[in-house]
Design a binder for this molecule. Structure first.
Ligand code: FES
Length: 107
């Protein structure tokens, strides 16, 4: 199990304990983490799973695909350099302790 800390726009925190080799979105939704809507269920067609990955973990992730980068343009909240769509972030053991910032809104 790995631990992921979510920090909402209002500063409130939620902690997720998840098994690796699943998407960050799926793990978060299954654990009822609030702030990730994931309307499309992970098919990369909604941008409501937008998150900002904290440093230094952002640099450990593979760069976003062209499709992910294009879909991020539809995110409701401003996109940051560390913005990702959480359905495209695969959890790995080395991401234990990762901090994930949630946008103010997904719609
Ligand atoms: S869940 Fe829809 S783009 Fe990620």
């Amino acid at each position: 199990m790995i631990s992921i800390r979510f920090i909402a726009a209002d500063g409130s925190e939620q902690t997720l304990r998840a098994t690796p080799d699943q998407s960050l979105m799926k793990a978060a939704v299954d654990a009822n983490i609030t702030g990730i809507e994931a309307d499309c269920g992970g098919t990369l067609t909604c941008a409501t799973c937008h998150v900002m990955i904290g440093a230094p973990w952002a640099e450990q992730l593979p760069p976003p695909s062209r499709d992910e980068a294009d879909m991020l343009d539809f995110a409701a909240s401003p996109v940051q350099p560390s913005s990702r769509l959480s359905c495209q972030v695969l959890l790995k053991p080395e991401l234990d302790g990762m901090v994930v910032h949630l946008p103010a809104s997904q719609h």
